[in-house]
Design a protein around this ligand. Structure first.
Ligand code: SF4
Length: 187
């Protein structure tokens, strides 16, 4: 035991150091997202996250946006507890059979104007869970209209911010809904 303690003391932890966030890039992007939200909505952006059966990898990156390193609330971006207070639904996971109705009801409960962002490979087409009998099949767009897909497995915080900015820029340029709607079962 003493040898083990001594070895740990000498060599230190074996885990890799966390990558340092690019603070300047994050601050720049978050400010632009906030300005775009105020231009488009007249207020800050409210985001509701929906886990539709993910492995939690995407959630870890989304949660990172609110941690002490990124602290996006200082730029006005807020994660809200209810879809009734949300502008954007960030949806992760392949949409399991069990989460289908919950996702539909969450979408219905979100007031207009609203946008759906599918986060990660699974949300796009099922990803590593594609073909599973536990999943609806076809990703988020098979259940609710998707305005934007942010690729990655999982996408890091910087990519999430870029995606939100692209979404707001697209709807700012267009008076109506975002032009990236991809619901498959619509006429
Ligand atoms: S995209 Fe990757 S990290 Fe995100 S839920 Fe799917 S497997 Fe997990």
């Amino acid at each position: 035991m003493r040898r083990l303690l001594l070895k740990n003391f000498v060599h230190g932890p074996l885990t890799e150091a966390a990558p340092a966030p690019d603070a300047a890039a994050i601050a720049e992007l978050a400010s632009r997202v906030n300005r775009a939200a105020r231009r488009r909505l007249g207020r800050t952006l409210a985001i509701r996250e929906v886990d539709a059966g993910s492995c939690n990898g995407c959630e870890l990156e989304i949660h990172a946006l609110g941690n002490v390193l990124y602290d996006l609330e200082r730029f006005g971006l807020r994660f809200v507890a209810s879809p009734r207070h949300a502008d954007v639904l960030l949806v992760t996971g392949p949409v399991t059979q069990n989460m289908r109705e919950a996702l539909e009801r969450t979408y219905q409960a979100t007031p207009d104007p609203k946008w759906v962002v599918a986060v990660g490979a699974c949300a796009r087409d099922g990803g590593v869970f594609a073909g599973s009998q536990a999943c609806v099949g076809g990703g988020v767009s098979a259940v609710v209209p998707v305005d934007l897909h942010i690729p990655g497995c999982p996408p890091p915080p910087l990519e999430l911010l870029k995606g939100l900015l692209a979404l707001l820029d697209s709807v700012s340029a267009d008076a109506g809904r975002a032009p990236m709607k991809t619901r498959r079962d619509e006429p």
